[in-house]
Ligand binder design. Sequence first.
Ligand code: ADP
Length: 441
Amino acid sequence: MAISASPIASDECSPCVPPDGSAGFLVCVGQELAKSLDYKTTLQSVARLAVPFLADACFVQIVEPDGQLRLIANAHVDDAKERLLREAIGRRRAGVSPMAVRAVRRREPVLVHRLSESLLNALAQEERMALDPWTLDAIHEARSESSVNVPMIVRSQVVGVLSLARLEGSPPFGSKDVRLIKQLARQCAQAIDNARLYREAREAARARDELLAATSHELRTPLSEIKGFVSTLLRSDVTWDEATRSDFLQEIERDADRLDALISDLLDMSQLASGGQLRFDRSPRSPAVLVCGGLDRVRLRVARSAVDIDSTLGKLPLVYVDPNRIEQVIANLVENATKYAPGSPIYIRAGLAEDGSTVDLVIEDDGPGIASQDIEHIFDRLYRGRATAGSKTPGSGLGLTIARTIVEAHGGRIRAENRPAGGARFVISLPVDPSVRRSDR
Ligand code: ADP
């Protein structure tokens, strides 16, 4: 198809004037979409190009994360009506037609030749949506006669719907129009996708920077301590006795462990921040063995704490988990108990949920507990308790975020609460191995 010879505006700011031919129109649309990554603005320009070139009214709706459609751009041959619709839509989250809903569900264009109230109601019923009076008014207000609703699909995902309508007196849409509108919808979908990918990339970069900024201090402290102990041990003018040397070496080992744990957390978090998944290798595991594995990882830290393990732990069914990751979570909770409840015994209990679907592992301490203003935030990324943040207790505020990510990726849950008698309680619910559940039936 030859591109129309009609002049196309090249100025970055002035809107493109669509020529007669459909190819020229699409070139114009491409230029508008390329002007900015703010797709609400560019799609509004596209809606204006489509009216009156293709239709008397144009509506662009996007699929929100909750699956609902939201109108983000519209144009109408009658300026007053366009303004009225925009104002009304700005006030209320409505104006979604059953044709648009159907186009999203079926992932194919929905063409209506003669729109009537009875047809609208029938479609709304089929799509199981309530047609609120305001939406009906909006559709009447647009005075559309025939309409085409094309899903905007990119990378196999429906990102929105492009709806075009013609008013009484205009010819109904034909197959050539539908072909052109499908192409237009593809271009709009691509623009939405590009803008979203760009935003996600920027957010991931910002999250990584924030993570590094927040944790660089935590990295530097153990490193400078290691350097201090090594320099001291290397002094040629002092002879250290065996006990002092051993103390220094233990401090160095502790700091190195701290660094190692923090670097693992950072790697996990940077993977999550860039939208990646943590890798899991799941198999049926005994809760008792998982607890032993978790404690073993922090054996130096818990050496000075009394650990009270419920004897029923060994009688519980197997859970279906990645042992490496769940031991990491248990180790983190136990280590937190040693940090925030120093000197307190650590209680580890477990039980089977009433419906038999999960094993609940409970890790508790007798310490000060979690302050009420912190309790709903402690699983947030980089969040440290208010009393903790200013203290010398080392930490980065990443441990519980990673713990929650790991547990939830297993289909489980983790929660924190305070014990009535004082102290913190963490409960991890892990899914029972499906083969155990099947054999119980
Ligand atoms: P970090 O320990 O590095 O600060 P976490 O994500 O592991 O990060 O914990 C977040 C916050 O939760 C801690 O800063 C602390 O305030 C609180 N917290 C965690 N475990 C306990 C506990 N056993 N008792 C009291 N507070 C706790």
